[in-house]
Ligand binder design. Structure first.
Ligand SMILES: Nc1ncnc2c1ncn2[C@@H]1O[C@H](COP(=O)(O)OP(=O)(O)OP(=O)(O)O)[C@@H](O)[C@H]1O
Ligand SMILES: [Mg+2]
Length: 305
């Protein structure tokens, strides 16, 4: 069965159809078409003693509500810079970030961020429960509601049993689960993650990847996940935005058409997975060689440079 292409207004375009009927609540499909986050011409130049550093040249892309999008790019491509700008923690030199129709000018209340350095992001004097609770207290969420959300979030990350422990009594992977639980309990509309699993072992990492997809499925939260790991981006994402080397632009925006049900063993051993990984790897190599999207469109290959 063919699907109807939605018009720019979000209504299905039905050629020859009668006059539009009265507005109805958006369907799940229409909600998925809605742009939640819009990054428009973002540029960032850092001043430094050795002269200005152009970390990000010109980034433009949209993320739709409910999407799980990954961003990959070479080290120093400006991934963290971009995430900080989206999170309202850093001002762009030019361009704009729009979240749910509003320009971002400070940390948005509907956003949560998980950084790589979980060790530094948890408060050592608070228990696991206290850490998850803190942003909810700051947001003046009533006590009973707080308790419910904390219980659910700790259950979701498999840490219900450890709620009275302190961060320093936990392994690295468990600490990162606390950071994820804290973000999830906050019930953000969008969750930003900056290389959140870079410091954990391979097995824990695989478990945490599955946890992110599980939470994304269950809560319908929009996720923007930054990683330098190509396999991770393909396994996790519905879409992978490849950044070029600095000065950074979008090298390619790849649709990941793997089945929604993914398994570490099976998905990663399919030909489709290998092809996607190969393609993204190739694009990153081109990016590292400084071949920009316009040159790729013109058929320039790495060997010619
Ligand atoms: N505060 C700063 N002052 C000056 N230059 C900076 C600053 N922060 C980052 N940079 C520079 O901006 C560029 C992008 O840095 P950024 O940390 O955003 O890259 P990244 O893609 O996250 O790298 P990685 O994969 O290593 O985490 C780099 O050249 C970096 O040296
Ligand atoms: Mg970074």
């Amino acid at each position: 069965m063919s699907e109807t292409t939605p018009s720019p207004t979000g209504q299905p375009a039905a050629p020859g159809a009668a006059a539009p009927s009265a507005p109805t609540a958006p369907t799940a499909r229409e909600e998925r078409q809605e742009v939640l986050l819009s990054v428009r011409g973002v540029r960032k130049i850092y001043p430094s003693a050795a002269g200005p550093v152009e970390a990000v040249r010109d980034l433009t892309f949209d993320v739709r509500r409910g999407e799980l999008a990954c961003i990959v790019g070479p080290s120093g491509a400006g991934k963290t810079t971009l995430l900080k700008i989206i999170a309202g923690l850093l001002e762009p030199t030019s361009g704009q970030v729009i979240l749910e129709g509003e320009p971002v000018s400070g940390p948005p209340r509907t956003m949560a961020v998980v950084f790589q350095e979980y060790g530094r992001s948890l408060f050592p004097w608070l228990t696991v429960r206290g850490n998850v609770e803190l942003p909810l207290k700051n947001a003046r969420v009533p006590a009973a509601e707080r308790a419910r959300r904390i219980d659910e979030a700790l259950e979701a990350v498999g840490l219900a049993h450890a709620h009275r422990r302190y961060p320093w009594q936990l392994s690295g992977g468990m600490q990162q689960r606390v950071a994820i639980a804290r973000a999830v309990a906050y019930e953000p509309h969008i969750l930003l993650m900056d290389e959140p699993f870079a410091a954990v072992d391979a097995q824990t990492r695989a478990d945490l990847e599955d946890l992110v997809r599980d939470i994304w499925h269950r809560l319908g939260v929009t996720v923007l996940f930054v990683t330098h790991d190509i396999d991770e981006s393909v396994y996790l994402g519905e879409r992978v935005i490849i950044l070029s080397s600095s000065p950074t632009v979008v090298q390619e925006d790849v649709h990941i058409d793997l089945p929604d049900e993914r398994s570490q063993l099976e998905t990663r051993s399919t030909k489709q997975f290998a092809d996607l990984r190969h393609h993204i790897y190739e694009q990153i190599q081109l990016a590292k060689a400084g071949i920009v999207p316009a040159q790729i469109a013109a058929g320039v290959t790495q060997k010619e440079v």
